[in-house]
Design a protein around this ligand. Structure first.
Ligand code: COA
Length: 466
């Protein structure tokens, strides 16, 4: 059943439609069909928007149409927000009109045991050669076409990270989280029951999408493991894939079955498959987006040597411990480089040049700047972790600005991550660094984790390219 649908690979109508209709666009604020229409309008979608509602003449200032058949032009994408029993009729109508992709928001299909109804809408979409996203989803967002066809937050930040999620509520929650954390997204796709469009299809699309640099997937289960692996193996050669795979525990796996009707399968099998394909697996959503931010902003390292620069011994030691857990290779600093670190940072005699480079708590912006330049200019250093503990003699914001300026002026061609630990002022510094594309975290372990994962990915690529 799937193979023929698979032949219709073109998903671009779903992401770049010229016209969109919302079937079940309610007149009542707070109802799902109404909120989707509102998001579409408010996010600035440039194409035509057709609310479909037989009871309405106008909704949110737009002329409403009683049927898809009656719209003046053919919608490329139809968002269906009707109770499950009416969905197949709506899809048939879309097919007759020549719609190319349908996103079915409605719940009440395979996830509640209604496989027959789901089979019916899959067959219909196949009959009319339409792509079917869902059912049981919160919608689709694509920043380049200003398409927010979701009932999630209205003000998603545009960026370079594509986020694919099998869970609806978690997806919506993470949309909100990315806004408050200022993480920019190129796309958000709610996959729901994956009756047609699945992870493999989207990997294929995003691997060729110039607006996307890294792909994050929240996954509960895969229907077609072989297809996924094939697509993932190809995609990772140009874009990293980060997967948050839920259902590690037996109980978690059982919960998945009743959530999206997916079979979770053995966790060990997923682990092995991800490793083989070069897919990075994370345990938490924070780890996933921490990492995505790094990949979206920084180059890959050429080799394995990492240097830590810090103004706090304790923070440096915590980071060193984390390096062991995250597979980060701490460079043994050669004598000549140690001397340069000492001289260029202006650290006191009681500072240390044994990695971590501990410049001590009495170091200022100029010290950071000197140490960073030293690390950047030495080809034996492949990545850099900059740590800062708030002290009474420095202003975190000024340290952040010095880091940004130094990296900008010295055209960093190696990955750099930072961690600022302290009070509210550090949060300001972290924000400024992130805005400048230099990943910054509130704990050193988070910085170490992302660098470790990036090095592992770079090693995987080097091996595959041999
Ligand atoms: N074509 C177009 N519009 C139609 C219609 C048709 N054939 N038949 C009815 N409508 C109109 C209704 O009149 C209504 O508009 P109104 O409020 O202005 O009267 C609107 O479409 C919606 O229909 P309604 O019956 O009120 O549905 P609903 O809004 O209560 O529920 C869903 C629809 C899709 C939201 C609901 O069935 C559902 O599945 N909810 C769960 C969604 C979900 O959680 N998805 C997963 C997220 S992760």
């Amino acid at each position: 059943m799937k193979s023929m649908v698979k032949m219709i690979k073109n998903l671009s109508s779903m992401f770049n439609p010229k016209a969109v209709c919302v079937i079940g666009a309610s007149r009542k604020p707070g109802k799902i069909g109404h909120e989707i229409l509102k998001n579409l309008i408010n996010y600035g979608f440039g194409g035509k928007i057709y609310p479909i509602n037989p009871e309405a003449r106008e909704i949110l200032g737009l002329k409403a149409y009683p049927t898809v058949k009656s719209t003046p032009t053919k919608p490329d994408l139809a968002v269906v927000a009707l109770p499950a029993v009416y969905v197949s009729e709506a899809i048939e109508e879309c097919g007759r009109k020549g719609v190319k992709a349908v996103a079915v928001i409605s719940s009440g299909f395979k996830e509640v045991g209604n496989a027959r109804a789901e089979g019916q809408i899959v067959n219909l979409s196949k009959k009319y050669r339409m792509r079917l996203l869902g059912p049981n989803i919160f919608g689709v967002f694509y920043a380049p076409s200003k398409l927010n066809a979701t009932f999630g937050p209205p003000n998603v930040l545009p960026g370079r990270i594509a986020f694919i999620t099998q869970s609806g509520a978690l997806g919506i929650a993470l949309m909100g989280w990315t806004i408050s954390e200022e993480v920019g997204l190129s796309a958000i796709v709610s996959l729901g029951n994956k009756s047609d469009v699945d992870d493999a299809d989207l990997l294929e699309f995003f691997s060729q999408d110039p607006n996307t640099e890294v792909i994050v997937i929240y996954m509960e289960g895969i229907n077609d493991g072989k297809e996924f692996m094939k697509a993932a193996k190809k995609t990772v050669m140009t874009k990293p894939i980060i997967v948050i795979k839920a259902g590690r525990s037996e109980r978690g796996a059982r919960a998945i079955l009743s959530h999206t009707g997916a079979l979770a399968g053995s966790d060990a099998v997923y682990d092995a498959a991800f490793k083989q394909c070069g897919v990075i697996r994370t345990s938490t959503t924070t780890e996933a987006f921490d990492l995505a931010r790094l990949f979206a902003g920084q180059p890959l390292p050429d080799g394995d040597n990492t240097v830590i620069i810090t103004n706090g011994g304790g923070m440096g030691i915590m980071a060193v411990d984390a390096c062991k857990d995250s597979g980060v290779t701490l460079m043994d600093i050669p004598k000549d480089l140690a001397a340069k670190f000492r001289k260029n940072s202006g650290m006191p005699t009681f500072g240390s040049t044994v990695n971590p480079i501990d410049m001590t708590g009495q170091i200022y912006e100029a010290g950071y700047s000197g140490a960073i330049k030293t690390a950047l200019s030495d080809p034996r250093v492949n990545s850099l972790i900059i740590l800062y503990c708030q002290t009474a003699v420095t202003d975190p914001k000024m340290i952040a600005r010095a880091i940004i300026k130094t990296l900008k002026e010295n055209g960093a061609k190696k990955p750099v991550v930072t961690s600022l630990v302290g009070g509210e002022e550090c949060r300001v510094g972290i924000r400024e660094l992130n805005r400048a594309g230099i990943p910054s975290y509130s704990e050193p372990q988070r910085a170490v984790f992302v660098i470790g994962a990036m090095h592992e990915y770079a090693r995987y690529l080097r091996k595959r390219k041999k």
